[in-house]
Write a protein that binds this ligand. Sequence first.
Ligand code: SAM
Length: 259
Amino acid sequence: MTNGPDTKTKMQMPQNIYDNETFFEGYMALRAAELNANDIMIRPHMRELIGEASGLQVLDIGCGAGEMCRWLVDSGAASVTGIDLSERMLAAADEQPRERIRYIHTAAEDAQFGPNSFDLVASVLMLHYIKDIGPLLRNIHTWLRPGGRFVFSMEHPQMTAGQGILEPGWVLNDDGERIAWAVTSYSDESERVSTWFVDGVVRYHRTMATLINSLVDAGFRIERMLEPHAPEEFEKRHPRLLQERMRPAFLFVSAEVVK
Ligand SMILES: C[S@@+](CC[C@H](N)C(=O)[O-])C[C@H]1O[C@@H](n2cnc3c(N)ncnc32)[C@H](O)[C@@H]1O
């Protein structure tokens, strides 16, 4: 094996794990399962932060199978552009076509749009896959119109700090009950490689301070942040969800562009 230019280029490309067949099938089965995190927490809180979508021109970064894109146009968005690195995810999105949605196969890091192209940029559980968020945040700031908003969810930094959600960090008592979540290596901002359906899944850990400062440095004003646990109606029906109160698994941020 040589270390020629092709090898170098490949090593710098973002990982496209959602196109791995085993990973893709595992992930889609998880999304279809009862009590999945998307249904309980992600979708309701994203919709809460986005609010009124009517008439908006929207970009969804890491749109996956297009669930958010479909909700946006069904809620009256003028147009939605969904971008994703994974051909398998985009093929799943294409199975439920809608007028006013276009999908583009690209890495977020390589995406190109004109200045002031969108009113809203949304992103669901994608940002922890980005190695260097500074350039992407600056691009999103450019792509948004004055007064536009970037609304996103991601794995909470305390989940990516140690082994994270992919290799659970629960601390058990002598009876095997979950009593705490171990946060380790929080200050070590770097790649995390874990096993989730397959070995070698790459995510990037950064502290809450780095995330917020990166948004501010890119020209955003933080409007609202959420660190939710499961809704009480679900906790009553499924008491094991009460353990989600021990640590937030997800972080939601709504940020307004300052221009
Ligand atoms: C957890 S899934 C979420 C999908 C979708 N946002 C949803 O909530 O249903 C993460 C998505 O981000 C995409 N992704 C990961 N890294 C990416 C990158 N560098 N550029 C664009 N998309 C990426 C994956 O292919 C995958 O579809």
